[in-house]
Design a protein around this ligand. Structure first.
Ligand SMILES: [Zn+2]
Length: 49
């Protein structure tokens, strides 16, 4: 059975990948202070597997 899953990614220099579970728990922005997109919203990506 196929289930769609998503991750949330930072498009800046840190390249962070956040699980949907952590995103829903409140991690909706890049938190890496050294990142050039620190504080920017994460982008939703579908996971194909
Ligand atoms: Zn970042």
């Amino acid at each position: 059975m196929k289930k769609k899953t998503f991750v949330y990614v930072c498009l800046g220099s840190c390249g962070a990948v956040v699980s949907e579970r952590r995103y829903k728990a409140g991690l909706k922005k890049c938190g890496a202070e050294s990142c050039n997109m620190h504080g920017s919203p994460l982008a939703k990506r579908e996971v194909i597997d």
